[in-house]
Design a protein around this ligand. Structure first.
Ligand code: SR1
Ligand code: MG
Length: 426
C-alpha cells in the first residue's frame, strides 16, 4: 500500500517555489523575487525527488522522499519515514564531522523534505572517477568521516544507555534495511525477478552464483552480522554515488539507509566501489593502457583510505575511551595498557576482515542484482563490460569465501592487479 499522510504531497517546481518562499531562512539564501527562482527536478537516484533551486542571491538543494521506490515505481511502496532517519543521521554526522556533510537549512517532517546546501561545483564521485579525475583530499576526508562517525557512535565511546538510545532511535528504519537485506545479501544468490546482468555474456556466472554453496554460506554469515550486530551508526549506503566532491572538498550525502549496524558495512562500501571502478577502467580506455595510471591512483587511494582510517580510529580509541566496553579499571598499569593495545589491533584486524566480506557482497550485487553502478553500466560495448564485470565477480567471490587470504589492504590491491590481467572465459 502506498503511504498517504495528511499534508504530504510530492512537490513540483511550481508548488516548491510557493513553499520555499514561506521559509524565511531559505528565502534569504535564494534572494530576490520568488517568481524569478529557477527550479529543476534533477534526481537520478533510485528513490527520491531532488530539486535544484536558484535565486538572485544563491541556491539550495531540496530532497523529498516519494512513497515508493522511484527506480521501480508505485508497485514498490516505501515509507516516507526515511526522510526522518536521513535528517537524524545528517544531524549526527554534522556534529561529528562538521563540513564533511551538506548544511541543513530546513527540515519538514510532514512533507518528508530536507532543504540543504547546494554543493557547487561538486560532482557525484562516481561520475568524477569515470572521467578519471584525481581527488587528492579524498582519502584524508573519507577516513575522517568514517572513523569519527563509527567510533563516536560505538560502545567504545558511548555509555551503554546512550548507545541503546541510538539503537532505539534508528530501529524503525526497517524498510530501508530490508532493501539491503534482500538486494545485497539474498537476491543475487537466487532466482529473483529484479535481478539483471550483462546477458548473455554473464549468464554462466549468474547461474553459478545460484548454485555455489560456499558463497551462500559466506553471504548468509554476512547477512546475519548485518541483521544482528548494532556496532555503530552507519551511513548505510556509503557508495561513491553518495559522495559529492571537488579535488579540494568532500561531502557525504544521502544517509537515508542509516541504522545501527556493523561498521564493516560502511567501510566495505567504499572498498567495493573503488574496486568496481578499478575494474571498469579498461572498459573506458580509448587506447590500450590509457587508464593504467588512473587505475593505480584508485588502488593507491584505496590503500590510503584504509590505512588512515585504521590509524584515526585507533587514535580516537586511545584518546576518548568513554564507552562502557573495555572498562579502564580492567586495564590498569603498563601490562594492562599493553594488553588493551594488543586487543585494539585485533579489533581493527577483525574489522578489516568484515570490510573485505561486505565489500565482496556489494561488488556482487552491483553486477548480478537490481541496482548497478554507472562505472560499469556506462561501458557501452557489452563484451568489454562483461570482461570487466567478470573480473570483479572473480575477485569478489574469492574475498567473500576466503577473507583470510586478504590480511591487508595492500594484499587486496595486489590481488586486484593480478585479477585485472586475467583472461576471462565464460
Ligand atoms: C531499490 S533501491 C536500490 C539501491 O539504491 C540505493 O542507493 C541503495 O544502494 C539500494 O540498495
Ligand atoms: Mg542514495
Amino acid at each position: 500500500m502506498i503511504e498517504t499522510r495528511e499534508g504530504y504531497a510530492p512537490q513540483s517546481p511550481e508548488t516548491l517555489s510557493a513553499y520555499l518562499s514561506g521559509i524565511e531562512r531559505v528565502r534569504n539564501i535564494l534572494g530576490g523575487d520568488p517568481s524569478r527562482w529557477r527550479i529543476a527536478e534533477v534526481g537520478d537516484g533510485n528513490l527520491n525527488l531532488v530539486f535544484i533551486v536558484r535565486g538572485d542571491a544563491g541556491g539550495v538543494a531540496v530532497k523529498q522522499a516519494l512513497p515508493y521506490v522511484r527506480l521501480v515505481g508505485e508497485s514498490w511502496p516505501l515509507p516516507l519515514s526515511r526522510a526522518h532517519y536521513e535528517h537524524m543521521a545528517l544531524s549526527e554526522q554534522a556534529r561529528l564531522t562538521g563540513r564533511l556533510v551538506p548544511e541543513i537549512f530546513h527540515y519538514d517532517e510532514t512533507l518528508a523534505l530536507i532543504v540543504m546546501e547546494l554543493l557547487e561545483p561538486h560532482v557525484i564521485m562516481r561520475r568524477g572517477m569515470i572521467a578519471a579525475t584525481l581527488y587528492p583530499r579524498f582519502a584524508e576526508d573519507i577516513s575522517t568521516f568514517m572513523s569519527r562517525t563509527l567510533y563516536f557512535t560505538s560502545d567504545l565511546a558511548l555509555p551503554a544507555g546512550r548507545k541503546k538510545a541510538m539503537i532505539a532511535a534508528f530501529a524503525g528504519n526497517t524498510a530501508l534495511c530490508k532493501i539491503t537485506e534482500d538486494l545485497i545479501f539474498t537476491d543475487p544468490y537466487r532466482v529473483a525477478d529484479l535481478n539483471r546482468w550483462t546477458s548473455p555474456q554473464l549468464d554462466p556466472y549468474a547461474a553459478r552464483w545460484r548454485e555455489d554453496g560456499d558463497l551462500k554460506v559466506a553471504v548468509s554469515r554476512l547477512k546475519l552480522k548485518f541483521l544482528s550486530s548494532a556496532e555503530a551508526m552507519l551511513h548505510g549506503d556509503l557508495h561513491t554515488g553518495s559522495i559529492m566532491l571537488t579535488p579540494e572538498d568532500t561531502r557525504v550525502i544521502d544517509p537515508e539507509f542509516a541504522f545501527m549496524g556493523p561498521m564493516g558495512f560502511d567501510t566495505g562500501a567504499i572498498v567495493a566501489n573503488f574496486l568496481l571502478n578499478y575494474f571498469s577502467q579498461d572498459g573506458h580506455a580509448t587506447s590500450p593502457g590509457e587508464r593504467d595510471a588512473y587505475g593505480e591512483w584508485v588502488l593507491a587511494t584505496l590503500e590510503a583510505i584504509w590505512t588512515s582510517f585504521r590509524e584515526k580510529f585507533l587514535a580516537l580509541w586511545r584518546e576518548n575511551p568513554a564507552g562502557d566496553a573495555y572498562p579502564a579499571s580492567l586495564f590498569q598499569g603498563a601490562e594492562g595498557e599493553g594488553r588493551l593495545e594488543t586487543e585494539r589491533q585485533s579489533y581493527m584486524d577483525r574489522l578489516w576482515a568484515d570490510t573485505v566480506g561486505f565489500a565482496a557482497a556489494k561488488m556482487i550485487r552491483r553486477i548480478l542484482g537490481l541496482a548497478h553502478n554507472i562505472d560499469l553500466e556506462w561501458i557501452g560495448d557489452k563484451d568489454r563490460r562483461a570482461v570487466c564485470e567478470a573480473r570483479a565477480l572473480i575477485l569478489a567471490r574469492d574475498m567473500m569465501v576466503k577473507p583470510g587470504d586478504y590480511p591487508s589492504v595492500s594484499a587486496l590491491a595486489e590481488r586486484a592487479r593480478r585479477v585485472r590481467r586475467d583472461v576471462i572465459r565464460y
